[in-house]
Design a protein around this ligand. Structure first.
Ligand code: ADP
Length: 488
């Protein structure tokens, strides 16, 4: 929704809507399962609806796979692994992965629009971040497929077999790329389940995989809810579980596979600290705070959701942050002016609103800019909570929405103690002018990824993953490739 703005001459003005066209998007009204290179009706005979969270309209019906469907997908993946994919020359496997990347790039606009429609994320981000990064993952891992002996010198490497992959709704296509590209490059076959609220780009990816001529059964896409995911996790013929999602489900998966031969990587929740030292470049830091927490509506496992500002600059930083928040536009994800799109689902909006209530009940000072939210769809304005205690649930628990807590600190030791005082350990950010401070803090912060004077930057060559309840294993880079290999 175009927001009313006031510029300093006192003139009121509006942004004209700049809507991305949807005319080139081809969506079916009903999607079956992609198993063994074919679109097959679910044995369950059940379908569910996926909606556009920006206006609550139904986009398509999608098959709900049950245990039998998952079994067919695993059997297809096993057959393809045994008969085709493991026998193929690695340089030939590389060509297929490269072809998927090229086809995805050619249809980048369509992917970006579908991602925004299904997930509620703003078109600027799906167009400039999600889709190009997803393509880059396929390009990057295509390059490694025939160079595994150089990637891991003096080791005898071997694929694991069939990888079961379960992904969340916050970066649907990108997470599918993070999972499928290294698995294929390492010589595995795949059964992937997208999240129930965002299955459409994974199904589009299945179309591209089909167009790329990938041998049948190498990639199988099964849609469904948590029970479908559980069927993958519990299937005896799956060799590896790669999961990205909540810490709660991560724990269930760990319990389920304990004592089996299955390998696993779990990328779970986070509550990352974004630390502003008093010598930081304040204007850049404010942009970094905004990007850290409001990118993708805060639906980011590594979101910089706990802000720590050194006391000497706290007042200035908060004032500038509020001013910057006043200019953020919340509304239609397909409008190129929009900064914060729709919350992914009604359930998630209820969770976020629940935390806002807790913050108010605890007496924290809240700030939300005045913005008009669209009448239908699920929206939440950018929100700050100041004066929050370290023990507050807002500080300790993952909210997964555009809600930032602010705490101040005096010394490096104090901020290290506070930043590390969390069950999570996924990411952190540091803003300072001094390289020595960066090195000091990065070695002492317990987080898998630490950004210095930037935030939320991703690259396929760079490993990503957490400590503690944020999970284990790395995705991206050579570490992400190694996670799909047996090494002797
Ligand atoms: P979120 O809280 O972000 O929705 P979830 O962890 O619930 O994250 O979901 C992430 C993915 O895990 C989704 O694809 C979901 O369907 C799947 N999932 C949910 N419950 C289970 C389960 N018990 N076993 C396996 N996968 C599950």
């Amino acid at each position: 929704m175009a927001a009313k703005k006031t510029i300093n001459q006192g003139v009121e003005w509006n942004y004209s809507p700049a809507l991305e066209s949807t005319s080139h998007v081809k969506l079916k009204s009903k999607y079956d399962l992609y198993i063994d290179g074919k679109w097959v009706k679910p044995q369950s005979k059940k379908y569910f609806k996926t909606i556009n969270p920006a206006n609550e309209e139904v986009l398509a019906e999608v098959a709900h796979a049950n245990e039998k469907d998952v079994d067919l997908a695993v059997k297809a993946a096993r057959k393809a692994y045994r008969n085709v994919w493991s026998k193929m020359a690695p340089s030939e496997r590389a060509k297929y992965i490269y072809r998927i990347a090229r086809l995805m790039q050619e249809r980048a606009r369509e992917f970006a629009v579908i991602e925004s429609l299904d997930a509620g994320k703003v078109i600027r981000e799906s167009r400039d971040v999600d889709v190009p990064l997803a393509c880059n993952h396929f390009f990057y891992y295509a390059g490694w497929a025939d160079k595994l002996q150089y990637a891991f010198p003096n080791r005898k490497v071997e694929a694991l077999g069939v990888a079961g992959q379960i992904i969340p709704w916050n970066f649907p296509l990108l997470m599918a790329a993070w999972k499928i590209a290294p698995a294929l490059a390492a010589g595995n076959t795949v059964v992937l389940k997208p999240a129930e609220t965002t299955p459409l780009t994974a199904l589009k990816l299945a179309e591209i995989i089909h167009d790329a001529g990938l041998p049948s059964g190498v990639v199988n896409i099964v849609t469904g809810y948590g029970d479908t995911g559980a069927s993958i996790v519990n299937h005896p013929n799956v060799d590896k579980i790669a999961f990205t999602g909540s810490t709660g489900v991560g724990k269930i998966i760990q319990r389920a596979i304990a004592g089996t031969h299955k390998k696993s990587t779990l990328e779970l929740g986070g509550k990352s600290a974004n630390i502003i030292m008093d010598d930081a470049p304040i204007d850049q830091a404010v942009e970094g705070i905004v990007n850290g927490i409001f990118f993708n509506q805060g639906h980011v496992c590594c979101a910089g959701s706990r802000l720590f500002v050194q006391e000497g600059v706290a007042e200035k930083v908060i004032e500038k942050l509020k001013h910057r928040m006043d200019s953020l536009i919340v509304g239609d994800p397909l409008d190129k002016n929009t900064d914060i799109g729709a919350i992914n689902s009604k359930d998630q909006l209820d969770i976020i609103n629940g935390y806002v209530k807790i913050g108010n009940a605890e007496g924290a000072e809240m700030y939300q800019p005045k913005c008009k939210l669209p009448k239908s769809g699920f929206y939440c304005p950018p929100t700050l909570f100041m004066d929050v205690a370290q023990s507050s649930r807002l500080v300790q628990e993952e909210i997964f929405g555009p809600v930032l807590t602010i705490q101040t600190f005096r010394t490096v030791d104090e901020v290290l103690q506070k930043a590390n005082n969390t069950p999570f350990g996924l990411a952190a950010g540091i803003w300072t002018d001094k390289g020595s401070r960066i090195f000091n803090l990065t070695t002492k912060l317990r987080a898998g990824v630490i950004w210095a004077n930037t935030y939320n930057k991703f690259d396929p060559t760079s490993p990503f993953g957490g400590y503690k309840e944020s999970g284990f294993g790395r995705e991206g880079g050579l570490q992400g490739l190694g996670a799909y290999l047996k090494m002797n």
